[in-house]
Write a protein that binds this ligand. Structure first.
Ligand code: HEC
Ligand code: HEC
Ligand code: HEC
Ligand code: HEC
Ligand code: HEC
Ligand code: HEC
Ligand code: HEC
Ligand code: HEC
Ligand code: HEC
Ligand code: HEC
Ligand code: HEC
Ligand code: HEC
Length: 265
């Protein structure tokens, strides 16, 4: 049986290597295989793998050789295909399942492909985003990381999936109100232009556009300063400008001033 295989293989393999293999397989301890097959031999019969390694900068090109991974060769060798754990141990990332699911070609280990719905594997390196998703529930937190990041290190545009509220808004504008991994934590900057609030509060926008009081120049967030929706009190800025007797029949400021967005005096 062995002999038959050897003859068959003899047609494929060069005579020198073959005799080395036969010796290894039949008579010598496994370690001697490394002494017989040199790294320079591989390329004589394998085109693809050496070419892939050569074409892609990685530590698998510079820090290890074919023979440090492929300790033995068929048909008699047993340690032909290495386990990643042989060399990568200790970090939580190295305890993941299916390394080759992302590192699809060990001869180009940084040619990473994402498939399926990935969250936990990303968190082995990006704890922060996982924490944000957990602490701030949102519809983004219900998605897998690679729903948006289809490739590693790729940043998607909001506009791939959403329309802006107002014409001309940039992605930087979106992010100023919606930190993307906790999009419901909306804390607009005090300088946010009124045009960004008005699309959803049209009636108030219209009032503010025509009012002639000293409130007319303010941004919305000058008063609504805090997480959306913050409603301020008049007294926070004005204190109690009138006497207590004046308030006896009209306790609330807007009983007389009617509307902060269009004051009556
Ligand atoms: C003389 C030709 C020849 C040389 C030299 C050679 N191989 Fe191979 N190799 C083959 C053939 C033929 C096969 C397919 C038959 C088999 O799987 O045993 C193969 C298969 C393999 C496999 C796949 C085994 C599997 O189970 O899928 C690996 C890995 C491999 N070779 C690595 C190497 C490495 C590393 C070197 C250099 C140290 C090398 N080979 C040198 C001919 C060669
Ligand atoms: C024989 C040892 C060995 C085996 C087996 C091995 N690696 Fe590596 N790998 C290394 C060394 C050495 C480095 C460089 C040092 C480091 O990053 O730890 C490295 C680096 C890497 C890198 C970073 C590459 C870079 O250029 O920064 C990735 C990704 C990687 N390995 C993935 C894998 C995967 C996936 C497997 C299993 C399919 C695997 N390795 C099997 C030795 C090995
Ligand atoms: C860091 C470890 C590592 C290095 C270095 C490495 N390989 Fe591999 N190689 C693997 C692993 C792991 C597989 C199995 C891949 C799989 O199952 O998809 C593999 C598979 C192969 C195969 C079989 C491919 C197939 O389609 O069946 C060949 C042939 C091969 N390697 C040759 C080489 C040659 C030649 C070199 C050097 C130029 C080399 N490898 C360097 C880890 C390595
Ligand atoms: C969900 C996809 C995914 C899986 C599964 C995966 N990796 Fe990675 N791995 C990555 C990404 C992404 C990087 C970062 C690459 C970069 O820095 O550009 C990485 C980096 C690495 C690195 C280099 C950086 C470091 O931290 O050491 C090694 C080594 C590595 N992976 C080994 C493995 C091993 C071993 C397995 C299986 C136990 C594995 N990976 C499973 C996606 C994955
Ligand atoms: C092994 C560690 C590792 C894994 C696993 C990993 N990454 Fe990364 N990731 C990195 C490193 C390292 C960087 C670069 C960080 C830097 O430049 O500060 C990075 C950067 C990023 C960036 C930012 C790019 C930028 O421009 O700032 C995104 C987005 C990203 N990763 C998404 C993911 C997603 C999604 C996953 C899971 C599918 C994942 N990563 C898995 C290590 C990893
Ligand atoms: C809804 C789409 C979306 C989802 C889902 C998503 N991201 Fe992001 N991610 C982005 C966008 C957009 C940016 C750019 C944010 C910026 O520039 O402030 C980003 C940035 C990043 C960065 C760069 C650093 C940072 O925080 O700005 C990393 C790392 C990252 N994401 C990892 C992840 C991980 C891990 C997950 C899953 C837990 C994930 N992302 C889920 C859209 C998403
Ligand atoms: C790949 C698609 C994708 C990208 C990119 C994306 N989103 Fe989303 N976003 C979604 C989906 C899907 C939902 C949930 C929609 C629904 O169920 O109605 C959502 C919901 C939201 C919500 C509502 C959250 C909630 O919990 O109610 C906000 C706000 C949001 N996105 C803002 C952004 C911003 C800002 C960006 C860019 C920084 C962005 N999104 C990028 C897909 C995306
Ligand atoms: C000035 C702050 C602000 C800016 C800038 C902003 N948003 Fe919003 N966004 C909000 C508020 C407030 C809500 C409503 C939240 C609620 O319903 O409680 C919202 C809701 C959303 C929603 C949920 C669905 C909906 O329409 O009600 C999506 C999606 C969204 N924004 C995407 C975006 C995108 C994309 C951009 C950039 C083009 C953007 N936002 C810019 C404040 C802003
Ligand atoms: C995408 C639409 C959207 C945008 C943009 C938006 N809002 Fe709102 N706003 C809403 C919705 C919906 C509500 C009511 C639901 C709620 O309370 O969250 C609301 C409620 C409010 C309330 C409280 C109303 C009450 O009766 O308690 C205030 C104040 C407010 N918004 C101010 C602003 C300001 C200031 C801006 C600009 C920085 C803004 N909004 C931008 C949708 C939006
Ligand atoms: C965030 C601070 C702030 C809040 C909240 C606020 N105001 Fe004002 N208000 C101002 C400032 C600043 C002026 C201008 C003062 C000046 O120029 O002397 C002003 C002016 C006024 C004036 C004079 C208008 C004029 O044209 O002469 C009245 C009346 C007034 N506020 C009433 C109110 C009432 C009533 C409320 C609550 C419904 C309120 N304000 C809430 C800051 C605020
Ligand atoms: C001068 C301060 C001030 C400015 C500027 C201001 N608001 Fe208000 N707003 C208030 C106060 C005070 C209230 C609460 C009135 C009350 O007690 O009923 C309020 C109430 C609201 C409400 C909830 C009640 C309602 O009338 O529906 C919304 C929504 C709102 N503001 C949106 C806006 C928007 C949008 C802008 C900018 C276009 C804006 N505000 C500008 C002070 C202000
Ligand atoms: C009973 C009706 C009434 C009530 C209630 C009322 N105000 Fe007035 N307020 C007035 C009148 C009338 C004026 C105009 C007086 C003037 O021009 O001398 C005025 C003027 C003001 C002014 C402008 C003062 C200036 O120097 O121009 C401010 C600010 C003001 N009110 C704030 C408030 C606040 C804050 C409240 C609630 C705590 C409030 N008002 C409640 C009737 C009222």
């Amino acid at each position: 049986m062995l002999k038959k295989k050897a003859v068959l293989l003899g047609k494929i393999l060069g005579a020198t290597v073959l005799s080395a293999m036969i010796m290894v397989g039949l008579a010598m301890p496994a370690k001697a295989a490394r002494a017989q097959l040199a790294v320079t031999d591989c390329v004589k019969c394998h085109e693809k793998e050496p070419a892939t390694i050569a074409a892609n900068e990685s530590k698998h090109k510079t820090a290890v050789s074919c023979l440090e991974c492929h300790l033995e060769h068929g048909p008699w060798g047993k340690e032909i295909i290495p386990q990643c754990a042989m060399c990568h141990e200790g970090k939580s990332h190295y305890k993941l399942e299916n390394c080759l699911g992302c590192h699809v070609d060990p001869h180009n280990p940084l040619g990473i492909v994402f498939s399926g719905n990935l969250v936990a594997p990303c968190l082995t390196c990006h704890e922060q985003q996982g924490k944000e998703f957990k602490e701030f529930p949102s519809k983004h937190a219900q998605q897998a990381c690679n729903f948006c990041h289809e490739k590693h290190r790729q940043i998607p545009e909001c506009f791939q999936c959403h329309e802006p509220h107002a014409k001309g808004q940039t992605m930087a504008d979106c992010l100023a109100c919606h930190p993307v991994h906790q999009p419901r934590s909306i804390v607009p900057d005090v300088k946010t232009q009124r045009g960004f609030c008005v699309p959803c509060h049209e009636d108030i926008g219209a009032l503010m556009a025509k009012t002639t009081t000293k409130h007319q120049a303010f941004t919305c967030v000058f008063c609504h300063n805090g997480p959306h929706p913050t409603v301020p009190k008049c007294q926070g800025c004005h204190g109690e400008p009138h006497s207590a007797t004046m308030h006896q029949k009209m306790p609330k400021c807007i009983d007389c001033h009617i509307d902060p967005h269009n004051l009556q005096k």
